[in-house]
Design a protein around this ligand. Structure first.
Ligand code: NAD
Length: 504
């Protein structure tokens, strides 16, 4: 592919001139573990620093949870599960609607808190909070409209009735990239299905989950929702193995998914995994190339590329690659990098942590050393904070680590293919199967290629548009289980067959 000279845009980080923070200490939830309806001190007395990734300053501290903390939270959930599970769908639905209203009333605070903790652009946090509200409203409705197979005489003189029951107590582990939204994707269907839960937010971004617990504390019976902060290997591991937990649900990396599944094996509890992705974006020669580039601008760089469904691995037909890259570079050059408080037009924030920043930097440095060219970006930006320039890498050889591993930053790779069969084979190569997209104006291709792609979500002429009514989840190494939609409600409940002998 012919690569045009790199545009001279030298992305800089837009800063908040006053240095003012987005939140005050009084707006944070109390320090403690949220167990049995109250914030209680952690059993170890040790604290974890929560860092603002724009300034690298500590903005809060939360307890480093222990197995004792988890055990107390699980005991509270076990005590609460029967009362909550016995409510009618209508009663649970009303609580979920109240939770949605409460979150909506505190949107501004939750947006600022999410941006302060995760470095998210304000527009991304606003979308996260409004999607959180929508998730609770959807599951409030879904709880009341769930159906099962009709009762009937499937064996002579025996009436079969299929009942959906809650599982009991669900353990939940969430990641740092969408702290509140990923919590909502779990909490809403878990509660709607009649379960109690114990959730562990990422140790890096616990603030909105704790605030959520504080905001809804008076709406839920004590013990139905419990939050234990702490690290994966301690709190997450105990949740995975705990004998009184009936299912463990994790959104996170493949390695954490493996650890959780291993921990769950002894007690044979159910496992629900939403793991990583490396979404292929297949651009055919008949596609609207400008529209495809515009979709990738949105889908590849949303949340600064820290997105499991990011449009990060472009496969473009060799005959249009040069033209397509020009469109994409033009789009990427318009992205504004900065601190969330520096304006609502900021679209690219920092990487969430020093460790993750170093990871992304390592990928860029090794790509450069391997001769892979950056059509735009390609390096990290000056600190403080963990900023990376929005990047398009071109002439990426097959098998290169930047095209096969999840970078989880604002980095899109472009590779070429010669024909449709090759495009499908290359798109399906690799361990992930979370999402994919196809850009084509050819109706046959839009169906055939979408059908052949091994991914839980496939977009045609679009990328990263989600609907609460539609399931989200992966194939292959991206895990199993579905978030959102009535399928999540199914996942968090179990079927029971009750058979009545009415023969005489
Ligand atoms: P991570 O796996 O490092 O951490 C996720 C959570 O797992 C954290 O709360 C962490 O403390 C916990 N954890 C870590 N080790 C554990 C262990 N041994 N046992 C139990 N819990 C453990 O992931 P992350 O860096 O926070 O998030 C990024 C990853 O999440 C990416 O791979 C991304 O693709 C994935 N993700 C997937 C989806 C999806 O819907 N499929 C959505 C968002 C993020």
């Amino acid at each position: 592919m012919t690569v045009l000279p790199k545009p001279d845009i030298a992305a800089t980080v837009r800063r908040v001139p006053s240095g003012a923070g987005l939140i005050s200490d009084q707006e944070l939830a109390p320090i403690g573990q949220f167990i049995d309806g109250e914030f209680r001190p952690g059993s170890s007395g040790q604290l974890i620093d929560v860092v603002d990734p724009c300034t690298e300053k500590t903005i809060a501290q939360v307890p480093a949870g222990t197995t004792d903390d988890v055990d107390r939270a699980v005991a509270a959930a076990v005590k609460a599960k029967h009362g909550w599970g016995r409510l009618t769908p209508k009663e649970r639905s009303l609580v979920l609607l109240q939770i949605a209203d409460r979150v909506e009333q505190h949107s501004d605070l939750l947006v600022r808190l999410e941006s302060a903790n995760a470095g998210k652009p304000i527009g991304v946090s606003q979308d996260d909070v409004s999607s959180t509200v929508d998730t609770f409203r959807f599951f409030a409705g879904a709880a009341r409209s769930a159906t099962s197979q009709a009762a009937g005489n499937y064996a002579e003189n025996h009436l079969s009735v299929i009942i959906r029951e809650p599982l009991g107590v669900v353990g939940v582990v969430t990641p740092w990239n969408y702290p509140l939204l990923m919590a909502a994707w779990k909490i809403a269907p878990i509660l709607a299905a009649g379960n109690a839960l114990v959730i562990k937010p990422s140790e890096q971004t616990p603030l909105t989950t704790l605030k959520f617990a504080e905001l809804v504390a008076d709406l839920l019976p004590a013990g139905v929702l419990n939050v234990v902060t702490g690290t994966g290997p301690v709190v997450g591991a105990r949740l995975s193995e705990h004998p009184d937990i009936d299912m463990i649900a994790l959104t996170g990396s493949v390695n954490s998914g493996r650890a959780v599944a291993r921990g769950a094996a002894e007690s044979l509890k159910r496992v629900h995994l939403e793991l990583g992705g490396k979404a292929p974006v297949v651009v055919f020669d008949d596609a609207d190339l400008a529209a495809a580039a515009s979709s990738i601008r949105a889908g590849g760089y949303w949340n600064s590329g820290q997105e499991c469904g990011a449009a990060c691995r472009v496969l473009v037909h060799e005959s249009v690659a040069g033209e397509f890259v020009q469109h994409l570079v033009d789009e990427v050059c318009t992205l504004v990098v900065g601190e969330p408080g520096a304006g609502e037009d900021v679209e690219i924030g920092p990487m969430v942590s020093r460790a993750h920043f170093e990871r992304v930097k390592g990928y860029l440095e090794r790509a450069e050393a391997a001769g892979i060219k950056a059509a735009v970006g390609g390096s990290v930006l000056d600190g403080p904070g963990f900023f990376v320039a929005p990047t398009v890498l071109v002439d990426v050889p097959d098998g290169a680590e930047v095209a096969t591993q999840e970078i989880f930053g604002p980095v899109v790779t472009v590779q070429t293919f010669a024909d449709e069969a090759e495009a499908v084979t290359r798109a399906n190569a690799g361990p992930y199967g979370l999402s994919a997209s196809v850009f084509t104006e050819n109706a046959r291709r839009s169906h055939d290629v979408a059908a052949q792609l091994d991914a839980g979500t496939v977009w045609v002429n679009s990328h990263l548009v989600l609907a609460t009514e539609a399931p989200w989840g992966g194939f292959k190494g991206s895990g199993y289980g579905r978030d959102l939609s009535i399928y999540a409600l199914d996942d968090y409940s179990r079927t029971k067959h009750v058979m009545h002998n009415h023969g005489r």
